[in-house]
Structure formats: C-alpha cells, structure tokens
Design a protein around this ligand. Structure first.
Ligand code: ADP
Length: 481
C-alpha cells in the first residue's frame, strides 16, 4: 500500500502548528501498518537543507511562473518528495508570511503548484531510475494548501482515490475570483453548489472538501462540530452534505520525543508523578515564582482568539486567590502578549515568556501541576496529550479533541477513580473561574490528585489506535483487503 501525503509543513523540517507534528508522525507510524508513505513538501530553504542525497524524479518547466522539479530523498527517516521551485518557495522565514508579517500575495499560486504536482505524481507516478517507479494507491492531502490536489487529479481524469484531512477549518486559502486562470481552475467549477466558490472568492479548502473521496479530521468530536454553523466557518453546509464520507481520527503524539522518563530537557526524568517535584521546583526558579500552596498551572500556546486565553485573563483572580500560579509560554497577537505581560507585572504568582521555545515547553509541561487549554475550538490539541503523558492534569474546554481525550472530574468519574482532568462548559470567563477553583480543590486532596495524575500517565496518547484507523481507511479506499 503506497500513500502520497501532501502538506506544507512537516516536523522536524518546518512547523507553524500541530499540522506539522501529524504530517511528520504519520510516515513513521504508518510503516508499522505496512504503508509506504512519502511526503510531498514545498522546497523551502530549510527543507532543502535537510535533504541529503537526492534524485530528480519529475520535472515541470511551467510551474505557475517558473520551472520546478521534484527531488526524492530521505531525511530524518522520512521519505520525502520535495518540490523545488525557487520562484515559489525560495524565501526565508515562515512558510506563509513576508517580512512585514503579511501573507505572501502569491500564496494561492504557491500552494496550487504543490497541489498540481501532487495530482501529477498520483496520476503519472514518479520515475525512480534504477529503483523503478513509484505511484501512490491513495493521495492524502492536508489542509487548504493541498486543497486543490483532489480537484486537479479528478479534473485530469485521475482515478487514484483521495483523502482530505482538515486540521483547522479556520484557514481557507482564499483567492480573488480574478485568479481563476492563473490557478488553472475552470470557470464552470466556480459555483457555490458542488464547486469551490465561497462568497465570491476561490476557496482551496472547499475544493478539498468537495473533490476528495473521503474527508477526515483530527478528532471525532471536531468531525461532528464541523457540521454545525458555530464551528464550520461557513463550510458546515458542504460538510453536512459529505457527512457520510466524514470521520474523525484522533492525533497521537510522538511518545519518544515526549517521554518524561527519557526527556533530556528536564532537570529530573521520571516515571511516576512523584518525580515531578524537582521539575516543579526548577520551573519556579526559572520563572522567579515563589513557593505557593495551590497548583502551578501552565499554558503553552499560540496566543490567538481561538485559544480562549482572553477568558483566562478574566478568570485569573479565581486561581490566584486560591494560592494557584500561572506560567505562560506563547507568542501571537500583540494585544494578548501585552495583556499577559501586564498580568505578570501585576501578580507575583504569574510569570510569562513571550516566544517560541521547544525545550522550555518540555520543562513547563513536566514542572507544572496542571495545564490550561480553554480553547473556543480545538480540532485535536496536542498540549493536553503531552500533559497527560507527563502527569500534568489538563483543564480543558469541552470542545473538539479536548473533549475526546480528557475524562472529567465529574462525581461519577471520580467515584470510579477514572478522572484525568477538568472540563469547562459552557466556555465563559465565569465558568472558567469556577472550574479553576474546582481544580484547586482537587489539588488540595492529595489522594484524588495523585489518582488523576496516575490515570493521566496511563492514558494511551501514542499513535497505535489512530495509525490502524488510517490504514483501514487507506485500504478501504484503495479496495485492498
Ligand atoms: P495549534 O496547532 O492550534 O497551535 P496544537 O495544540 O495542536 O495547537 O499544537 C501546538 C503545538 O505547538 C504543540 O506542539 C505545542 O507544544 C507547540 N507550541 C505552541 N506554542 C509554543 C511555544 N510558544 N513554544 C513552544 N511550543 C509551542
């Protein structure tokens, strides 16, 4: 079984969010399922630099404004197909933004090109010289950057089945209608019903939803949520019309990189919750926080509206009054960065680091007692999964993958000694404040808290179950038993 995975990000080469973690994890875990997966990525400078020996396996002289070619190689154990096209990807910095932080104006062309090449590889296969050819049985596209891959494939008469995975429906890959020709899209498909038109614009995400054979997203709850107007970002109608082809498969985490027993980023590695104490002490020292009677809570997050951290700012006094503390690591919207910095100046129990720091994220998740994820929506969420593995109790909004991965501290679940965390519903500053107080209450009961920590650490957060689910989907689509 051969699968071509197409995305604009892949750990460890290029990452702006959880999408990259999933795209990087899949090839490794699918190997164990007998799936030969190759990942097609744009040839950003960082991706090209990671490649060792390569072989040119496809050429395209007229690739949306310049020449392109596909290089085949292996890096970090992942079989890559890298689309080298310097007029599109030969730029430093993040994959999507220019030096001013604006979207590159040619983003539609840049990712149309990626999708175009994905369709060509799926339809024609690539030549691998002496190694023979390679052609996928299934094309698996991720998010809007791969949205047109199923479209280009189907409209050129290709028969390889396509899966399209929505990691976050908030990003559409929108372009003005005037770019139809430039993006090699047919005017007859620029329609609302059964086409890729969305409020008068071209929408790459919608194309993926309409032309793929199956749609997946990264948790069962998010799959259901996407059919509702509150979560569907205007595409809930399209998704409802495809409900029979839609499923949710939870993301796993890399349990090697996130393993408290072997994590080199920690001052003390541990196998039981008891081992967290030294990490907690070191974390307080690192952030200049005094000892405190309540839980040391953490946030590791992009600072955006999605993450609900404005509500946390309002609810913070409830935590601090109970002797709790907050450590926040994050970067994003300037107003949120400012507000958290101000909170840290006002309250001795709040410490903030504005920035992106992978090792610090490990130290925080190991040292904190609880992690706070009050997202307004969360397709899957990774930090609550890391937290479970590190015996750090998650407090989460009841949405998306957060709802699927935490067993709440409800009376029934507590009585059954099954709880792993605290759920907030409905998500308002007031209920968040109440649940933070509940968290402090749970923390002060040593027996209950230890039980929740142990339950958390025992949760299966790796890829085993989900890898089998993807493999079953691939086989089903490709018609192989
Ligand atoms: P999203 O993809 O919406 O950002 P996820 O929870 O799915 O949310 O994934 C976020 C990933 O980015 C996690 O691996 C998290 O640890 C990491 N992350 C987010 N912000 C930071 C930061 N400031 N420093 C280090 N890691 C971060």
């Amino acid at each position: 079984m051969r699968v071509l995975s197409v995305a604009s990000e892949c750990v460890p080469f290029v990452k702006t969010g959880g999408l990259a973690d999933v795209v990087g994890a899949l090839p490794r875990v699918m190997g164990g399922q007998g799936v030969d997966m190759r990942v097609l990525l744009p040839g950003y400078p960082k991706v090209k630099a990671a490649l060792g020996q390569t072989r040119e396996v496809m050429e395209d002289r007229t690739l949306f404004g310049g020449p392109g070619r596909v290089l085949s190689g292996t890096a970090e154990g992942i079989d890559l197909l890298v689309l080298e096209a310097d007029h599109l990807y030969g730029r430093d910095g993040t994959p999507y933004l220019d030096a001013e932080g604006e979207d590159w104006v040619d983003n539609p062309e840049r990712f149309a090109a990626l999708s175009w090449i994905a369709a060509r590889i799926a339809d024609e296969g690539v030549s691998n010289g002496a190694a023979g050819g390679w052609r996928p049985d299934v094309l698996h596209g991720h998010d809007w950057q791969a949205g047109f891959a199923p479209y280009y494939l189907k409209t050129r008469g290709g028969t390889v089945p396509c899966i399209f995975t929505v990691h976050n429906i908030a990003f559409h890959g929108s372009a003005p209608a005037g770019r139809l020709g430039a993006l090699r899209l047919e005017r007859s498909h620029f329609v609302q019903d059964g086409g890729f038109e969305f409020w008068g614009r071209i929408d790459a995400l919608k194309a993926g939803l309409v032309w793929a054979d199956r749609i997946t997203t990264v948790s069962p709850t998010y799959a259901r949520e996407l059919t509702r107007p509150e979560f569907g970002a205007g595409l809930d109608g399209v998704i409802r019309s495809r409900a029979g082809d839609l499923s949710g498969i939870l993301n796993g985490i890399d349990t090697e990189a996130w393993n408290p027993a072997r994590d080199k980023a920690l001052v003390a590695r541990y196998r039981t919750p008891r081992g967290k104490a030294r990490n907690r002490k070191a974390l307080r020292q690192e952030f200049g926080l005094p000892e405190a009677p309540g839980p040391l809570c953490a946030v590791v997050s992009r600072l955006t509206q999605q993450k609900g951290l404005d509500l946390l700012l309002d609810a913070l006094p409830a935590l601090l009054d109970k002797g709790g503390q907050l450590v926040l690591l994050g970067t994003g919207e300037a107003a949120l960065e400012r507000a958290f910095r101000a909170a840290a100046r006002r309250h001795p129990g709040v410490a903030v680091h504005i920035g992106y720091d992978e090792a610090m994220a490990h130290r925080i998740i190991a040292g904190a007692d609880a992690i706070l994820v009050p997202s307004r929506f969360e397709p899957c969420g990774l930090t609550q999964l890391y937290a479970l593995r590190y015996g750090t109790v998650p407090l989460v909004a009841l949405t998306g993958g957060l709802a699927d991965t935490i067993i709440p501290a409800s009376p029934a679940a507590l009585a059954a000694r099954a709880s792993t965390g605290v759920q907030v519903y409905p998500l308002t500053a007031e209920t968040l404040a109440l649940r933070l107080m509940d968290l402090c209450g749970l923390f002060s009961d040593r027996d209950i808290w230890r039980m929740m920590q142990e339950n958390a650490m025992a949760q299966p957060v790796g890829w085993e179950t989900s890898a089998a689910a993807y493999a079953a989907l691939y086989r089903d689509l490709a018609g192989t038993p």
